[in-house]
Design a protein around this ligand. Structure first.
Ligand code: UTP
Length: 296
């Protein structure tokens, strides 16, 4: 049977507890925290749609309904803004999701890890169909018109190998992230390299590389079988990286795709402020205001 190479569906897990951003995330989902004037989740949904994704599946939990509401119509607000002639603001809240894009949600009843969250959406991905995963707390600020995610999809179409976005980090940061083993190979002109293993949060001295996984994945359908076979770790969570490790052990090709963007890990205070500053600096009026503040 010919393998499918089109990527039409993206799973966006939003059922985590966001403990690193407490107390901000006690009542407000982390995914709704704003970078300037738009919530994180909207950026990632737009990133997916701009790369050709036609169906978005949110994996959510009770108490996070505000995320689904953000993509829903708010008739009262639209009516009011229309009547007041506030066209620009009206435009910003209307049709957040284009009409030809389907958005649905499934529930993860307990935050049992990223692998478990992905499995909760498996029934919405057709047999044999490859799919994408985007983690909304990773803010990917593209430096050119072709975004990393789109380039990953194009690469999958050409080569049929799973793609996982990575960025180079400082040696002392490996203990915070999932790190890929590249068998000491270097990214030269090539934008991707074969992954031979994954290690969750290794200390610098035992890290197989200093390339960390960023939350953008293009994966073959078989991943679900591997997550199904993955038992939960010591914290009771089913980790996606454990399942990916099983895949590479069995020689299914997965590649690390090197990002050309600026990445901000908005699950942390530092990354969240960084993303806000980066966008603020690109807005002339706000930049002027920031300069004023810094002169005080
Ligand atoms: P993170 O581990 O960064 O998010 O998961 P978290 O668990 O919400 O945050 P901390 O570590 O407690 O601060 C990355 C993405 O995966 C989702 C999260 O909502 C986030 O968007 N996720 C994580 C789930 O949907 N379910 C889970 O069980 C875990």
């Amino acid at each position: 049977m010919k393998k499918i190479r089109q990527i039409k569906k993206a799973i966006i897990p939003v059922a985590g507890l966001g403990t690193r951003m407490l107390p901000a995330t006690k009542a407000i989902p982390k995914e709704l925290l704003p970078i300037l004037d738009k919530p994180l989740i909207q950026y990632v949904v737009e990133e997916a749609i701009s790369a050709g994704i036609k169906e978005i599946i949110l994996v959510t939990r009770s108490g996070k309904e505000a995320i689904e509401n953000h993509f829903d119509v708010n008739f009262e607000l639209e009516y009011l803004l229309e009547r007041k002639g506030k066209k620009k603001i009206l435009k910003s809240i209307k049709n957040v999701i284009p009409k030809d894009i389907k958005i649905s949600s499934v529930k993860q009843d307990r935050a049992l890890g990223l692998g478990h969250a992905i499995l909760c959406a498996s029934h919405l991905i057709d047999k044999g169909e490859p799919f994408a995963i985007l983690l909304p707390d990773e803010f990917v600020l593209n430096n050119d018109s072709k975004n990393d995610f789109l380039r990953m999809i194009n690469c999958f179409k050409k080569e049929g190998k799973g793609q996982i976005l990575v960025e180079k980090i400082k040696n002392n940061e490996t203990s915070k992230y999932g790190i890929v083993n590249l068998d000491n190979k270097k990214f030269g002109k090539k934008e991707n390299l074969k992954i031979t293993g994954f290690v969750e949060k290794p200390l610098a001295k035992s890290a197989p590389s200093n390339y960390r996984i960023i939350g953008r994945y293009i994966l073959p359908h078989e991943v679900f079988n591997y997550i199904n076979k993955t038992s939960s770790g010591k914290d009771g969570e089913i980790q996606l990286t454990d399942a990916l490790n099983h895949i590479v052990e069995e020689q299914t090709n997965l590649e690390a795709f090197l990002s050309k963007s600026d990445i901000y890990d908005c699950g942390t205070k530092k990354g969240f402020i960084g993303a806000n500053i980066a966008l603020a600096l690109s807005d002339k009026e706000i930049l002027k205001y920031i300069k004023e503040i810094l002169r005080r």
